[in-house]
Structures are given as structure tokens and as C-alpha cells.
Design a protein around this ligand. Structure first.
Ligand SMILES: [Zn+2]
Length: 334
């Protein structure tokens, strides 16, 4: 392989903060790549709109960060959908990322069980989800195959689940940190609450073929009954994990610490290269046309059951937009 000796310009990390962005980075010396997600207005829009109980909002916020982190790898087009289905107080989380920059999310939960979890102090992400599975679907368009990866939910946090997913399905050693918090600001009309969220993902992707081969050999092998774990094998990955483990929740969401400053703080020793951050926004992809097409795909019987007061009314679970149709307008063409 040609290795042109390009001189990469270096500079101080920018102190300017940019909320609602994803910034990729690389620690070439240790073969690490990653992404920093920083969400302000976008996550506040999503969570404030739903007004879920606080622990549910927090969990959904984590899922939004994770989805944006993974979905932003799609670059130009396609959708990345993260969906949980489980037996805990939060039955379902859905986060839908449409490349390059749109995200929407909603949760379904059992009000009484969430209230009980809060009063018994068991309202962390793992207990709220309970047991079930998490599916990640990549949909690159109508002419492309959908790809779906599944990972078991077993009482662990979304961070644990993400790490497990990458290790099992892609054999990429991965560490993920997610943080969500409510920011309180004193104002003339009283204190205002705003949601903030952030996260960082670190992956070990050695380019040297020799090291890549070592990682491959570990797949599915458990010679002495232990779980195969490439992460214990490589010093560079051990170093990377030690560095990311020092990132505190507050640093992941702190509006006065930029994404560049965060990665510089964590990885200045081996050196870190940052790439252009891409913007994100909370926007629903529902439309009257889509809802109409969906209704037309139902059976006449199902549509008849939806008629109330002479009309069919559909409310989008993501953004609460309401669409109304006269029954005759959505009859399927024969
Ligand atoms: Zn909508």
C-alpha cells in the first residue's frame, strides 16, 4: 500500500461548542476511531414534547445518542432504526434516524410500573428495560436489502448492549459512553428545564493485517471455556479503554466543553485527529401522504374499525401530529 507522507496540520482544540452535532475522530497511533455526539436543542425538543416520566425520558435520551452515533455512519442516505422490545416497565423504545441529519424518537411504557420503579429506586436504564431484545435496522432504500442486527436485553444498560452488539455481530471491540441530564437555568419567569445529552464511542480497528488476523482468530473460539475477548489482547486497545473510562458524564454534556476539547482531554497523549462535525436536528418524517398510503394498505375491515364520528384520525406517535381522513379518501384502489 502506498503511504504518502502527508503532513496533517495540527492546531489547538476549538473551544466553540456546537450542540446537535456528531464529530468523528481518530487516534491513529492506537488504531482507534470514534465519534462524539453532543445534543442540546434537538434532544430537548424530542423529550420535552413527549413529557415522559423523568427516568423514561433519560433512557430514551440515551437511545437517541446511541442511534445518532451509529446512524450517522450512513453518511448520505438511508435510515437507521433502533428499537427495543422488552418485559420491563418501558416496553418499547424506538429511535429513527434518517440520514443525513434527522432524528425522531418515542417510548411506550407502563405508567404504574414506571411509578413503582421510581419509588423503589430501581429506575435505571437496565431495570426499566428488563429482558427482551434490541434490534438495529439499517434500511438503505427501497432497492436495497434491509439489514437487521439483534442483541439480547438482559437487565444491562444501553451502553452494555451496544458494546455487546459490536463485539458479537461485527467483532469490533467497542466502548460506548452515554449521558443525559436535565439542565436547570434560573430565568425571569422561574427556572427552566432543558434536556442535554452526549456520548462518545471508541472502536479498535487495527489496520495492520497481522493484528487484524489476531482479532479474526478469536471469533467464536473459546478453547478453555472462557468468553473470547480480543479486548484483553492488545495493548493499544487496553490503553484506549483506560482513556475513555476517565470521561465523566458531566464532560459528555457540558456546554462549556467542546467536542474537540473533550477528545483532546482524553487522547492528547497519543494525539487525536478530528474530522468535520455534522449537524443533526429533531424532525419527524411523517406526512399526510405516508399516513394515507399506510391506511390504504390496511384491509377494509381494519379501516372500518378506525372510523369514529365519520372520520379516520391518526396521530403520529413520534411528533403528535394529527391527520384526519374521510373514510372514502383512503379506500384502497382495486
Ligand atoms: Zn410525526
Amino acid at each position: 500500500m502506498i503511504d504518502p507522507k502527508i503532513t496533517i496540520p495540527s492546531r489547538e482544540p476549538s473551544a466553540s461548542t456546537a450542540d446537535d452535532t456528531v464529530m468523528p475522530f481518530e487516534v491513529a497511533k492506537l488504531d482507534l476511531r470514534g465519534r462524539v455526539v453532543r445534543l442540546g436543542h434537538a434532544v430537548d425538543q424530542i423529550l420535552a414534547r413527549h413529557a415522559y416520566p423523568q427516568p423514561v425520558a433519560r433512557l430514551l435520551g440515551e437511545a437517541v445518542v446511541l442511534t445518532v452515533m451509529l446512524g450517522s455512519a450512513l453518511k448520505t442516505e438511508g435510515r437507521f432504526i433502533l428499537q427495543t422490545q422488552s418485559d420491563g416497565p418501558v416496553r418499547m423504545l424506538v429511535v429513527d434516524f434518517t440520514a443525513p441529519d434527522k432524528v425522531r424518537a418515542c417510548a411506550r411504557f407502563d405508567k404504574d410500573r414506571v411509578a413503582a420503579a421510581i419509588s423503589s429506586g430501581e429506575a435505571g436504564g437496565g431495570p426499566l428495560l428488563g429482558k427482551g431484545h434490541l434490534a438495529m435496522t439499517i434500511d438503505k432504500g427501497p432497492d436495497m436489502n434491509r439489514y437487521q442486527g439483534l442483541v439480547t436485553l438482559n437487565g444491562g444498560s444501553l451502553e452494555d448492549v451496544a458494546q455487546e452488539y459490536f463485539f458479537r455481530s461485527e467483532q469490533i471491540p467497542t466502548r460506548v459512553r452515554l449521558a443525559v441530564a436535565e439542565e436547570l437555568r434560573a430565568g425571569s419567569g422561574g427556572a427552566t428545564h432543558r434536556w442535554r445529552a452526549g456520548g462518545i464511542m471508541l472502536q479498535f480497528l487495527p489496520r495492520a493485517s497481522k493484528r487484524a488476523r489476531v482479532a479474526d482468530l478469536n471469533v467464536g473460539r473459546a478453547p478453555d471455556g472462557r468468553e473470547p475477548h480480543a479486548v484483553e489482547e492488545d495493548d493499544a486497545w487496553a490503553e484506549g479503554q483506560a482513556m475513555i473510562s476517565t470521561a465523566e458524564d458531566i464532560e459528555l454534556i457540558d456546554p462549556s466543553l467542546s467536542s474537540e476539547q473533550l477528545v483532546y482531554r482524553l487522547f492528547h497523549e497519543p494525539g487525536v485527529r478530528v474530522f468535520r462535525a455534522s449537524p443533526l436536528r429533531a424532525e419527524c418524517s411523517c406526512s399526510r401522504d405516508n399516513v394515507e398510503a399506510m391506511l390504504k394498505s390496511f384491509s377494509q375491515d381494519d379501516r372500518d374499525h378506525m372510523v369514529e364520528d365519520g372520520k379516520i384520525s391518526v396521530t403520529c406517535e413520534f411528533c403528535s401530529a394529527n391527520y384526519q381522513f374521510a373514510p372514502g379518501d383512503v379506500e384502497a384502489k382495486t
